[in-house]
Design a protein around this ligand. Structure first.
Ligand code: EPZ
Length: 421
């Protein structure tokens, strides 16, 4: 398994191009199943999870064509769906595979998708996805670890109130509603920028969606979707991660293609903690205040609240702040696995249930540490960039799932790091 060795201390500076958003690419790739015509997507990030989704789609019958000279541009064409099963061996590796459920059910009237199972950060149920599809007339049975969904007469529009603003459930239901008969309203829908991006693609394919990004989304179902094309938004979580890498090393980095409005409450919280963020004509510049970092409290919330996917990174940042910070994780039940690893580097953090109290320390020290999930892994990278001495991060395949060309990007900003097979 690959490891990354990082020697800390160098302030990061320069410009980094933010890649396409992994969490937009995954639902948008699944959405291409809804049409018999070709759909062209640009700015797709070259990360492991996207590779997994492309392999799943190919198994279902999608032809994927990478346009020469433009690595992030792909044409996906599914003239016929050859298989409506998403098998356990693929879904267990990448739970976002469950996003083919809505499209397959809407287009073919049936789908057999493995229950994703839990992952490191929590049980991750899909009950809200299934309840919404049943409201639209699907008959769903659970059998042998698989969701067996049928809608022999197609799906009918319905009013669906989500018990919590689940991103994945909103995406699955938005895709299913696009081809349902009549109107669907999703109440208390997720408001993340990735939802807006999915609706934008679907509308270029002929869907009729209004209100994406707001609390209520209205969809007028149409009989079929046609060809479409869309450029995927920049990854706000990658942008926030590099902003904190700049701040924790006392540097200044220009995040090309980042959009400040996609930071949500993270923009205010970063400013409060001593990270200046300035919107520029083609991105955002992030730098550490001269006065240094200040501890501040954070509670993760659905968008536009502070994103759970930046919680681990922010905790690493607060390890170097002056004062204490209370960090509360309200979205997932087990998203503090970076805490013991940060402690190995000299961080002072105590966990009480869903909250972690971080006391800033004058210095972090390099040590061998273990990556456990995508965002916990990158929080160790941030700590290592600021630590005295060398840090060895093991199991870096977690990083490869969601950060495109991480070593190259950090190296170009002045970080001292190397990947060791
Ligand atoms: C998406 O996961 C993201 N993944 C996650 O990013 C992100 O952390 C999460 O949204 C929250 O923003 C992708 O977009 C591929 P949810 P998702 O459904 O859709 C509960 C990363 O690091 N819930 O909004 O699975 C669930 O248990 C990943 O890039 C139900 O109870 O998140 C959780 O507590 C990690 N029943 C909460 O809702 C359901 O049917 C939020 O989950 C669905 C969800």
């Amino acid at each position: 398994m690959d490891r990354i060795i990082i020697t800390g201390g160098a302030p990061l500076s320069g410009t980094v191009t933010v890649s396409g958003a992994k969490n937009a690419a995954l639902p948008l790739l699944a959405a291409t199943l809804l049409s018999t015509e070709p759909v062209e997507l640009a700015n797709i990030p070259d990360v492991a999870d996207v590779g997994s989704m492309l392999r799943l789609l190919q198994r279902l019958g999608t032809a994927t064509t990478h346009l020469p000279g433009e690595p992030g541009r792909v044409v996906l064409h599914t003239p016929t769906v050859l298989d409506t099963t998403a098998p356990y061996d693929l879904v267990r590796k990448m739970r976002a595979s469950v996003l083919v459920l809505g499209p397959l059910l809407a287009r073919c009237g049936k789908a057999r998708v493995s229950m994703p199972g839990g992952c490191a950060i929590g049980t991750r149920p899909i009950d809200l996805h299934l309840a919404g599809l049943e409201r639209m007339g699907a008959v769903i049975t659970l059998d042998g670890g698989y969701v067996d969904a049928k809608a022999p007469n197609g799906l009918a529009g319905a009013e669906i109130r989500l018990a919590q603003p689940s991103v994945g459930a909103t995406e699955n239901l938005l895709m299913a509603a696009s081809l349902a008969r009549g109107e669907t309203t999703l109440v208390d829908a997720a408001r993340e920028p990735e939802i807006i991006d999915l609706a934008a693609l679907l509308n270029t394919m002929g869907a009729c969606i209004e209100g994406a990004g707001e609390n209520v989304i209205r969809v007028q179902g149409v009989p079929a979707l046609h060809a479409g094309r869309h450029t995927i938004i920049a990854d706000r979580i990658e942008a926030g991660t590099y902003a904190m890498a700049a701040a924790i090393t006392g540097g200044s980095v220009h995040l090309r293609n980042a959009r400040l409005e996609h930071f949500g409450a993270a923009a205010e919280k970063l400013a409060e903690s001593g990270v200046t963020l300035e919107a520029t004509v083609d991105g955002v510049t992030a730098a550490a205040d001269r006065a240094g970092l200040r501890g501040c409290d954070v509670m993760t919330r659905p968008f536009p609240g502070f994103p759970t996917d930046l919680q681990a990174q922010f905790m690493a940042l607060m390890c170097r702040a002056d004062g204490a910070s209370m960090i509360t994780e309200t979205i997932f039940e087990n998203r503090f696995m970076h805490v013991p690893e940060l402690a190995r580097m000299g961080a002072r953090i105590t966990v009480h249930g869903g909250s972690a109290l971080v006391r800033g320390v004058a210095e972090l020290r390099g040590a061998p540490v273990m990556a456990t999930d995508l965002r916990a892994s990158v929080s160790l990278v941030l700590a290592a960039l600021a630590a005295r001495g060398a840090t060895e991060i093991n199991r870096v395949y977690h990083l490869d799932r969601g950060y495109e060309h991480l070593e190259q990007k950090l190296g170009s900003l002045g970080a001292k790091l190397e990947r060791v097979a």
